[in-house]
Structure formats: structure tokens, C-alpha cells
Design a protein around this ligand. Sequence first.
Ligand SMILES: Nc1ncnc2c1ncn2[C@@H]1O[C@H](COP(=O)(O)OP(=O)(O)O)[C@@H](O)[C@H]1O
Ligand SMILES: [Mg+2]
Length: 202
Amino acid sequence: MRSILVLNPKGGCGKSTIATNIAGYFASEGKRVSLADCDPQQSSADWLSVRPESAAEIKPAPVKAGKIDVPRRTEILIIDTPAALHGKKLANYAKISQTIVMPLMPSPIDIRAAEHFIEELFSLRKLINRKIKVATVANRVREDTIAAAKLEEYLDKIKLPSGHKLPFITMLRATQNYIKASERGLSVFEFAPAKTTYDREQ
Ligand SMILES: Nc1ncnc2c1ncn2[C@@H]1O[C@H](COP(=O)(O)OP(=O)(O)O)[C@@H](O)[C@H]1O
Ligand SMILES: [Mg+2]
């Protein structure tokens, strides 16, 4: 089983959006996907509850007292997390994951906050899987603004404690497509194909 942890200490940066879209992607590719929502706000769980029966199945993975009850035969587990997840609780989820995807909003303040968070993550190295892969996704990028250009510049400068660059996977534009798909319990891989071509590429 592969576990993907979607993480960022800030609220509203796109964790639930990215978690549900990754889940929708793998499910539509025919994988057995489960989605764990560790956030009391339950955005991913709500998304799953309105997901139509016609869409590829995604199973809920119930979370009780910080423990995830993973449905049998799950191939891909997506873990959505609350804001302000730190210390032991953070290590608890990171321990069972191979990959961390960190949504980032394109603002210097948010990027600095993410840097501190990555330092914290590396300070937990003894508690978590040493081979864990961490990468960022810039989210809600308005491509017509200076912010997008600045963002690439900033991300380029960020270094991990190991001295390596902070891996940066992609930028996702700000678009209503995420909001409209989400209202229907879908990902952009399953919604309005003609309108979402660019988003699916990103
Ligand atoms: N790329 C995007 N374009 C437009 N709206 C977005 C995008 N990503 C997230 N949103 C919206 O921003 C809000 C916060 O996103 P959400 O995924 O709930 O963040 P988090 O889970 O980190 O709190 C939601 O209303 C969501 O629909
Ligand atoms: Mg959320």
C-alpha cells in the first residue's frame, strides 16, 4: 500500500482540495483508493459523502483517536490533515506515509511558514520513515500576477536541512473548476473534461 499524506500547518491552503483530487485521480485510474480525513472540519469526508455512485469508488478510512482504520486491500491511502498538526500527532501520520505533498499558497509569508514546518518535519526524522519523500505544490496561483514569477524564485531558494532543494512538483491555478467539481464529490479528472484539460495537465 502506498500512503500519501497531504500536509501544511496552514488552513485554507488547499489540503482537502489536493487530497480529494489525488484520490479521484487514482480511483479513476482503477486503483483501490481509501481516503482518511483526520481534520475535525471533515471537508474530505463531506466530499466523499456526496460522491455519486457512478464515480469510481473511494472508501472512507475511519479515523479514531489519531488511528486510521484502513479498509482491506487498499492500494492507495490518501490522508487529509487538519491545520496546526505538530509534534507527536504529526509524526504519527508521517510514520505510516511514504510521500508528503505540501500545498503552498504563493505568498512569501506562507512560504516562510512552510520552511519552518519542513525544519520541524526533519527534526522528527527519528520518528518517521527516513525515506519519506516531501514535495510542494503551489496552489491557487494566479498566473497573470507577479506572484507566480516570485513564487518560482522563492521556491528555488528554499533548501532542505540536507542542503538539497525543496522539491516543487507543480503549480495549480486558481479556478472555479476545483470548487464546482468538489461540490459534486468529484475531482477535476472526473469533471467537465473540456474545461479542466489545463488543470489535469497541471
Ligand atoms: N486551486 C484552487 N482554485 C480555486 N479555489 C481553490 C483552489 N484550491 C482550493 N480552493 C478553495 O479554497 C478553499 C480552501 O481550500 P481547502 O482545500 O479546503 O484548504 P485546506 O484543506 O488546506 O483548509 C476551499 O473553498 C477550496 O474550494
Ligand atoms: Mg481541509
